[in-house]
Design a protein around this ligand. Structure first.
Ligand code: CO
Length: 296
């Protein structure tokens, strides 16, 4: 007789490991933004590198934009909640991204681009997430894609939770940003007040979130009510438990499998070694930076 042993995996609730408010920073040609994370000491967020939050209705904070600058060795996902930005690159691609839209760009072997606001009043709110590329893809052919609002699907749960799938998938619904090499999940989640939500995530994946609006508890200890502009990083486990009190909550959830490679990072260039960094900056000076021509 053959015995079949069934294993039932125990749920391990992830605990909140780290909470930090985003930090004011100036980037581009003088854009005042908030940096949720970027080169955080002692907190490993692999495969994610950086998350910037632009949030202002004062044009002097953002109008200078991000004029021509290079990138190599990483990918960016720009998600605009409100406002309008224009993108243009050295190889002739051009696109506009409006509220509710996404632009995804793989720098790969190298691009030179600019990202400029095309609005002079009103609220701008947008996020740029940097995702690392593994060594064998760092010098891949660059690519970029604009994603319209209608391509982003909303998954509603019990009328009290809604999940916009930006990248990866949730409840069988896939997001429009599909080919990010490290295959992360990126969700924009809204939970009504006085509600709970549980999210399953592979044990070995990095998991974190950034609160846009409202406040919530992010683990079962319910020790700390976390409000807007805070980054929350989770410990290991396979489930995240969230609970709201008397405010609706909106946050961006990011999960992904770590790449586990050395990171040599300077400004917009993210490689594995200092030699590769030196080479990249040398090529910028000598005009040999662009390796692949590409066009959409
Ligand atoms: Co850029």
């Amino acid at each position: 007789m053959k015995l079949t042993i069934k294993y039932r995996m125990e749920n391990i609730d992830r605990k909140v490991k780290y909470i930090a408010k985003s930090v004011p920073a100036i980037d581009g040609a003088g854009v005042r933004l908030k940096r949720a994370f970027g080169n955080l000491r002692g907190v490993n967020l692999d495969p994610f590198l950086l998350l910037d939050d632009i949030h202002s209705n004062d044009p002097s904070d953002f109008i200078a934009g991000f004029p021509w600058h290079p990138h190599r060795g990483m990918e960016t996902v720009s998600y605009l909640v409100h406002g309008k930005f224009e993108h243009e690159d050295s190889l002739g691609n051009k696109g506009t991204i409006k509220g509710g839209e996404i632009q995804w760009m793989t720098a790969g072997s190298g691009i030179i681009h600019q990202e400029m606001p095309v609005q002079y009043d009103g609220l701008i709110r947008g996020f740029q997430l940097w995702v690392n590329l593994p060594s064998k893809h760092k010098m891949m052919k660059p690519r970029y894609q604009d994603i319209k609002r209608a391509e982003i699907k909303d998954v509603a749960i019990d009328n009290s939770v809604s999940v916009k799938v930006l990248a990866g998938s949730y409840n069988g619904v896939s997001g429009p940003v599909r080919d990010i090499i490290s295959d992360p999940t990126y969700l924009d989640i809204h939970i009504d007040q006085e509600n709970t939500f549980e999210y399953e995530v592979p044990t070995d994946h990095t998991a974190m979130l950034y609160v846009l609006e409202g406040e919530g508890y992010f683990d079962k200890t319910r020790e700390k009510l976390v409000g807007h502009d805070n980054l929350v990083v989770f410990d290991e486990g396979n489930r995240i438990s969230m609970q709201t009190k008397d405010k609706d909550l909106r946050f961006l959830l990011m999960t992904g499998k770590p790449i586990n490679e050395p990171v040599a990072w300077q400004g917009p260039i993210v490689m594995n070694t200092q030699d590769e960094l030196r080479q990249a900056f040398g090529e910028l000076q000598t005009g040999n930076f662009i390796k692949h021509e590409y066009r959409n």
